[in-house]
Design a protein around this ligand. Sequence first.
Ligand code: NAP
Length: 516
Amino acid sequence: MSIVPFENEPLTDFSVPENKQAFAAALEKVRGDFGEHWDLLIGGEGISSDRMIESFDPAKPDRIVGTVAKASKQQAKQAVETAYDFWNREWRWTDGNARARILLRAAKIMRERKHELSATMVYEESKAWLQADADTAEAIDFLEFYAREMMRLEGAQEVVAVPAEENTLYYIPLGVVVVIPPWNFPCAIMAGMTSAALVTGNCAVLKPASTAPVIAAKFVDILLEAGMPAEAITFCPGSGGEVGDTLVDHPKTRMVAFTGSKEIGLRINERAAKVHEDQIWIKRVILEMGGKDAMVVDESADLDNAAEMAIKGAFQFQGQKCSACSRLIAVDNIYDQLVDKVAERAKKLKVAHAETDPDVAAVIDADAQEKILQYIEFGKQDGGELICGGNAIEGGYFVEPTVFRNVKPDHRIAQEEIFGPVLACIRARDFDDAVEIFNGTEYGLTGGLLSSRRDRIERARRQFHVGNLYFNRKITAALVGVQPFGGFNMSGTDSKAGGQDYLQLFMQAKSVTEKL
Ligand code: NAP
């Protein structure tokens, strides 16, 4: 068997007129499909429900992008049970290479429908064009990468040979994996966790985020078209607060793959640890959670470039990335100059509906908008100086790009994840102080240093305690296979999605010895 090595899916160049036109056509197509409905998919059957989740456009909340059936607790229970039956009967015994081929086929279909999927995210999650395009490209990457990884891990693995015995080690699947993704990378992370579970021979019960079910439904359609058995992939939208515990607690659930907030991640961790009646295993969890990511800038850096990187990290996709730059830490002698440059640029950012491809679009929903505005109040109350933005904008769930000066490391906006377009600029006395401030939160996801001093880069390489560290570039946009992604401390279990260690987390190793 031989296939070309993995390569990242290229991003679309929207400065090319044909690409721009093709994307505009996809936006129009998606608008024409507004209101489409998807049922639950349980036990290989489409199942309706008397309740629906209406997925709306955050920039025009009265516009419904699509609807999905909303699972009840009983249906969530049934979802795990039917998935387990199919897994135990059939799916666990399938060949890993055959499963990998389904992912490769799905990647091909996604490539063919790339603009349509991205356009869906323009409306459902308010992603500007390139942000949406990158999300779809990352999802394709996950499928391509995990397919190859499964081919690598299928069959007997190498062990030390001893005389008179044949020894082998195989990776085998776990069982039912409940997949709970966030809404912010609604295609990439959702598809990444789901495809990892499936390709390793598990049945996946996918409960999409309630603000992002349409893109997930389209992905499930693609998996089915690619040849995934309908019983292997369960589509179980529902309110996390309502059905989340049922899915996590079920004794037939073997693993939970979660990406989302610290609060929900810790809740899942605790609940999954409890052994229920008829449960014969210890549940495995991977929990990828929030961040309070920082970029440090010293006096040797190019300050215009640093300001540009901070703006991109803080405000692309409205700061709603786990990797977003929410703290800018600058050493004293360049702090004022750098913060002025950042504020000057932030004031020029265009805020508008994502379909017009602005710099900043709407945040995901009313709760997010309220939370962000609340943190802006905390920023002022704690003594930060608001120098840009700070307000909601009428029409949809918009918040102005917001910059605070003179934030102290212990202020709430410097410690807690806001998940919105708010940048806290913190002054460090010197580089030693900057290292301390950088590491001074409970999180440890992404971060970076802009400096031309080799000694500082080497020190930061050792001492900046984050899962994904970047020098002299922005701190977002990790690539599958290139920068495996996952964080330390309260940022999660560091599962390193898109890396060579990831698929083993969805499997267990069986050692077999035969006396010769
Ligand atoms: P969230 O509120 O924690 O929700 C994540 C998922 O959990 C959703 O599907 C949600 O369903 C579900 N959920 C809610 N309550 C639940 C419960 N009791 N049991 C089980 N599941 C439950 O997070 P989010 O707002 O979607 O995403 C933003 C967060 O994700 C941020 O903290 C961000 O930093 C983090 N994130 C981390 C990474 C990473 O790789 N480390 C990547 C992306 C995002 P509903 O939608 O129905 O409530």
